[in-house]
Design a protein around this ligand. Structure first.
Ligand code: AMP
Length: 408
């Protein structure tokens, strides 16, 4: 993989995704410039080599509409002070002004593009929009740790248009290194919590984790395949019949390696996959015909919570239930709270995957820390692979790539 130190930016126009989402007061004055300071090293390396930098970022939540109160212009001016040189500004992140200004950029110059989120295509991960961004530069640098887990146009999607010349900025690399260090030599016990819809999308992560953690918690839709593999009745729950054997081999491997495996013992069940469905609770291995398990039940919550609270290192990927629907979000909320509690007592926790991070956000847990530092207490929050490399596609989660790196 190309690194900042090994890459020579001379004569290159670097398109850099940064995080300039800094807090401002009512007059637009920057009240905390930590994030802007954090990118200075990356920008200086590019311009110092004789390259130019085109910086793109979001600011606030303009919801896909132009909102002058969320313009990046004042932030660009502030950055100019930090860099000690003029910073150019394009009135839009795509279109004629961005094209002309990036085209005319000279070695050593820095251009900031207007707020990406003035376009709904940014958060939608629109390919055509990503392509137009990609045309502004000839190398892509992702240095926006806080948004890396989202498959937005300027992060995961734009990286595809730079198949060979994409790299992590210094800030992003430092976060990844610190996570790698922790995972390479974790404080024990280490517990992994894996949820989400399907075993099939996380086989690799499950197999990787078995060799690394002391306890493994499986929740979400994928738990049903494990319950059925152990002979349980799963009713109309989501089950991957073709993976029953895989689930059995994961159970056997956990046993052989002395990993304590937690599968839900009870469930919140529904008679339809809907917010308005009739709901009930039952043993996880006795789901009535026509009913489906859509969340873990209270006994499972207690067992999982106890495991989380005795852990010193936590990896969490994937919700415990269909958390998008109110009746099925208790399990995920409880896990989010227990991970937060363990973290506040000194555990290192890494929350990966858009859904888990979305859950943490949705439930308002530690939101400020998340926003301000892209971190959650001591926890690194990592998702989406950004420019991680060719081994991942946009659906693959960075925890997988982290663990792949560590095991490879
Ligand atoms: P993933 O993208 O694989 O991490 O899966 C996330 C999705 O899994 C979320 O949209 C959840 O609604 C869904 N999910 C979680 N638990 C269940 C369940 N018990 N049955 C069906 N879908 C689930």
């Amino acid at each position: 993989m190309i690194t900042m130190d090994s890459f020579d930016f001379k004569g290159k126009k670097a398109l850099v995704r940064v995080d300039l989402n800094v807090p401002q007061d009512a007059n637009g004055k920057v009240t905390d410039d930590t994030r802007a300071r954090a990118i200075v090293r990356t920008v200086n390396k590019i311009t110092g080599d004789g390259g130019s930098a085109i910086l793109m970022s979001h600011l606030g939540r303009p919801k896909g509409k132009v909102n002058p109160a969320m313009s990046l212009k004042p932030i660009a001016d502030h950055l100019s002070g930090l860099l000690g040189k003029p910073v150019l500004f394009a009135m839009d992140c795509t279109g004629p002004d961005a094209k002309a200004k990036s085209g005319a950029l000279q070695p050593g110059e820095v251009l900031v593009l207007e707020n990406l989120r003035f376009h709904p295509e940014e958060e939608a991960g629109d390919e055509a929009f990503s392509k137009s961004l990609s045309e502004l530069g000839d190398v892509y640098v992702n240095d926006a740790f806080g948004t890396a887990h989202r498959a937005h146009a300027s992060t995961t999607i734009v990286a595809k248009f730079f198949p060979t010349v994409k790299l992590f900025g210094y800030l992003m690399q430092a976060e990844i290194d610190s996570v790698g260090k922790v995972l390479g030599n974790p404080q024990r016990p280490m517990t992994a919590i894996v949820g989400g819809s399907k075993v099939s999308s996380k086989i690799e992560v499950l197999q990787n984790l078995i060799g690394k953690c002391d306890e493994l918690i499986i929740g979400g839709g994928m738990a049903n395949t494990f319950v059925k593999a152990m002979g349980g009745q799963t009713g109309a729950s989501l089950v991957e019949e073709d993976l029953l054997e895989t689930a059995r081999s994961i159970i056997a491997e956990a046993k052989a390696k002395g990993v304590k495996l937690h599968i839900p013992t009870d469930a919140v069940v529904a008679d339809a996959f809907a917010e308005t469905a009739n709901t009930d609770q039952c043993e996880a291995n006795a789901v009535p015909d026509g009913w489906m398990a859509l969340d873990i039940g209270p006994k499972s919550v207690e067992a999982f919570r106890a495991a989380v609270l005795r852990s010193k290192t936590l990896l969490w990927n994937g919700p415990m239930g269909v958390f998008e629907m109110k009746p099925f979000q208790q399990g995920t909320v409880a896990i989010a709270q227990s991970v937060a509690e363990a973290t506040s007592h000194g555990a290192f926790s890494l929350v990966g995957g858009g859904d888990s991070v979305a859950a943490v956000n949705q439930f308002g847990l530690a939101e400020d820390q998340l926003r301000e530092h892209g971190r959650w207490g001591d926890a690194g929050i990592l998702g989406g692979q950004g420019a991680a490399g060719d081994r991942c596609d946009s659906r693959v989660d960075p925890i997988i790539s982290q663990l792949t790196w560590l095991s490879g």
